[in-house]
Design a binder for this molecule. Sequence first.
Ligand SMILES: Nc1ncnc2c1ncn2[C@@H]1O[C@H](COP(=O)(O)OP(=O)(O)OP(=O)(O)O)[C@@H](O)[C@H]1O
Length: 298
Amino acid sequence: MIVAEGVQKSFQGRTILSDMSFGVKEGEIVGLLGPNGAGKTTTVRLLNGVIRPDAGTIRVGGLDPVTEGDPVRAMSGILTEGAGLYHEMSAVENLRFFAKLYGVKRADSRIHDLLRQFDLQAHRDKAVGQFSTGMKKRLGLAKALLHEPKLLFLDEPTNGLDPDGIREVMGYLKELNREFGTTILLCSHVLHQIEEVCTRYVFLDGGRVIEDGTLAEIEAKYLRTVTLRVETDLIVAGGQYAGYEAVRQEQAVEFALPSKDVIPGLLRQILQEASVYTAEIVNRDLETLYFQVRREHQ
Ligand SMILES: Nc1ncnc2c1ncn2[C@@H]1O[C@H](COP(=O)(O)OP(=O)(O)OP(=O)(O)O)[C@@H](O)[C@H]1O
């Protein structure tokens, strides 16, 4: 669905992307990650044909966004930080306006369905300027989905949302992907939120992609020491147990292990002398791995 190869982009002589390559297959939900200024938004704008690359190749659905921008935008929906809504217009007026612009067929029933889906029916006639951040985000998503795009570009889709709003939006994205196979490219800083929805990650730093893979692939490559947190009444003396570093923390003991393979043996040994209530690897979440990847590519 997306192919970017050797993409370069500079603004006023400043190189933002020096050699960016990555791909997204149909039906994937890919998280595009990177620090502030890494070029995530720039990448989305390049893929959407809003700006053109200085060098390299980009294909979206087999099309070149530079020369075939209109068909690319017709097959893709985009949610940017500001959502691009008209604040003096009501929710329904905004959707009608964009439906006309996108040439949406049976627009009234589509708008009705989207307002219901995003729980905005009661606010349909209210000016968007009076909307809360969450409502604007939901309306922005409804706008992006008006023409039933096969591909969605989402720039910080959960920014400014409360926990309920985040859960709702994430749940909706998963559902959209499951039901219609919508491909999603999602930029975010809030890594624990996107871990629930993304099938793969692309790490952008220093103008290029420094890593690319599923969480399991990244874990296999970067998780050197496994931190296992065991809720147990085991007595630990001298910071060691069974030859591993072991630190007691209130109700749990944290073990530093060379690999996952030693966990069953360790737990069997603990169970011979104490109770075990829970055991969990605590350092293989996306955020921990993200910092590890960046450290190793500095
Ligand atoms: N039109 C432009 N003209 C000049 N500089 C620009 C333009 N667009 C982006 N930049 C610069 O390019 C760099 C990358 O910006 P971009 O918004 O793509 O980063 P980002 O990874 O999305 O960052 P953030 O996480 O802060 O949203 C920034 O330094 C930004 O100031």
